[in-house]
Design a protein around this ligand. Structure first.
Ligand code: ACO
Length: 358
C-alpha cells in the first residue's frame, strides 16, 4: 500500500477522468479543451450537475446562482468583522462554515453562489472598503470581478476568468474532492462537505501554490539569475512551485489551456516572457536532477500569471480556485450522497501490543 493511496480506487464517478499518462482531462464526456474558453462556467456546472439536481441547464443554473448570490449577500456585512485578522482563505472558510446545511436554497447552488460573494467582500475589507452587492443578471465570473472592483470589468478579463473557472472545475479524486466525498458519505450535508474540501485545498501541495509561484518569479530577480536561483532552491531541498503532479506523468493539460489564456491577457509582456524562461529552465533542471520522476508544469504555474493579470491579490488566488472548484465539489457531494455508502477504510496497526500480564 502506498501512503499517498496512489494505487487505490476509492470511488466510481461520472464526473471527470484524469489520464495521467496521456495528459488528458475529461469532464463528463468532454475534453477540457472543448470546454475552457468555449462554454461558460454556468454551462459546465449544468453539465456536472445534470441528473443530480434540477438546475441542469445553463440558463437555470445562471438564474439560480444569481438569485442565491443576492440571498447570501443579505446578512454578510454583520459577519465580516469576525474575519479581521484571518487570511482570505481562512476568512472564506469562516464565512462558508456560517451557512446552514439545511437552507431553502438548494445547497449545491448556495455554496457555489456564496464563494464569489464572500471572496469579493473579504478582499475589499482587507483593502478597507465596504462590500459591493451582487448583480443577479451577471455570470459568476463577471459578477466576481464587479464585486471586487466596484465597476464592470472589461470583456477580455471576464472571458479569461470564466475560462480559468472552467479549467479548474473538476479533476478526479484530488485531495479536496476526496475530503468532500468522505464528509458527504457520513450524510453531514453539502455545506459541511464543501468546507472540508476548502480546508484541503488550502495547503501548498494542493491549491495554495500559485501565490508562491509569483513569490518565486519575484525572488529570482534578473533573467541571468534564473538557473542559479532554481539550482539553489533544489540544493536546499525545496520544491519548485507550479511543477510536478501526483497523477500526470506528462504535461498537465490545464497548464496549456491557462498558458494560452495568460498569453492573450498579457500579450508580449516582459512578465510572460520571463515566466516562460523560468518554466523552461525549471523543466531542464528537474529533468537532470529528478531522473526517476518526470516532473512537468502543473496547473498552478499559469494560474498565477492569469490571476495576476486580472489584478487579484496573491492571497486571493486559493479562494478564486475554490470559486471554480466548488461546482465540482458540489457535484461529487451529490453523487456520493446518491451512492449512499459510508467511506471507512482500514488502517494497519504498527504500534506496541499491550504487555502480557505476568
Ligand atoms: N520541485 C522539486 N522536486 C519535486 C517537485 C517540485 N515541484 N515535485 C516533486 N518533486 C520531487 C520530490 O522531491 C521527490 O524527489 P525524491 O524522490 O528525490 O525525494 C520526487 O519528485 C517525488 O515526489 P513526491 O512527493 O512523491 O511527489 P507527489 O506525487 O507526492 O507530489 C506534488 C505531487 C505535491 C504536487 C509535488 O509535485 C509538489 O510538491 N509540487 C510543488 C507544489 C505545487 O506545485 N502544488 C500544486 C499541485 S497542482 C494542484 O494540486 C492543483
Amino acid at each position: 500500500m502506498s501512503l499517498g493511496l496512489d494505487d487505490v480506487v476509492a470511488a466510481e464517478t461520472v464526473l471527470s477522468h484524469v489520464d495521467g499518462e496521456a495528459g488528458r482531462l475529461i469532464i463528463r464526456g468532454y475534453d477540457l479543451e472543448d470546454l475552457a474558453g468555449r462554454r461558460s462556467f454556468e454551462a459546465v456546472a449544468a453539465i456536472l450537475w445534470e441528473g443530480f439536481a434540477t438546475e441542469d441547464r445553463e440558463e437555470t443554473v445562471r438564474a439560480a446562482l444569481g438569485t442565491a448570490r443576492l440571498a447570501v449577500y443579505e446578512g454578510l456585512e454583520a459577519k465580516l468583522p469576525f474575519t479581521d485578522g484571518l487570511s482570505p482563505v481562512e476568512a472564506l472558510r469562516f464565512l462558508l462554515a456560517s451557512l446552514p446545511d439545511s437552507a431553502p436554497t438548494p445547497a449545491h447552488v448556495l455554496v457555489t453562489a456564496a464563494m464569489p460573494v464572500f471572496a469579493a467582500a473579504i478582499a475589499r475589507r482587507k483593502a478597507g472598503k465596504g462590500p459591493v452587492p451582487p448583480d443577479a443578471t451577471r455570470g459568476q465570473a463577471a459578477d466576481l470581478l464587479h464585486m471586487l472592483r466596484g465597476s464592470p470589468a472589461p470583456e477580455d478579463h471576464v472571458r479569461a476568468l470564466d475560462a480559468y473557472l472552467v479549467t479548474v472545475v473538476d479533476h478526479g479524486l484530488n485531495a479536496s474532492t476526496f475530503a468532500a466525498r468522505v464528509v458527504a458519505a457520513t450524510r453531514a450535508g453539502m455545506v459541511s462537505s464543501v468546507v472540508a474540501g476548502l480546508c484541503a485545498l488550502k495547503g501548498p501541495l494542493h491549491g495554495g501554490a500559485p501565490g508562491p509561484v509569483l513569490d518565486m518569479l519575484d525572488g529570482i530577480g534578473p533573467e541571468e539569475a534564473i538557473p542559479g536561483w532554481l539550482a539553489g532552491a533544489l540544493d536546499r531541498g525545496e520544491r519548485l512551485m507550479g511543477f510536478g503532479h501526483r497523477v500526470y506523468r506528462v504535461r498537465d493539460p490545464r497548464a496549456d489551456v491557462l498558458k494560452a489564456v495568460a498569453r492573450t491577457l498579457r500579450r508580449g509582456s516582459d512578465r510572460i516572457r520571463f515566466a516562460e524562461k523560468v518554466e523552461a529552465a525549471a523543466l531542464d533542471l528537474l529533468a537532470q536532477r529528478k531522473r526517476s520522476r518526470p516532473l512537468q508544469t502543473n496547473v498552478e504555474f499559469y494560474t498565477a500569471l492569469v490571476l495576476e493579470a486580472l489584478e487579484l491579490r496573491r492571497d486571493l488566488f486559493t479562494p478564486v480556485f475554490a470559486i471554480g472548484r466548488v461546482a465540482g465539489w458540489a457535484a461529487h457531494v451529490l453523487e456520493q450522497e446518491a451512492a449512499g455508502r459510508l467511506i471507512r477504510p482500514q488502517s494497519r496497526y504498527v504500534g506496541p501490543m499491550p504487555r502480557q500480564a505476568a
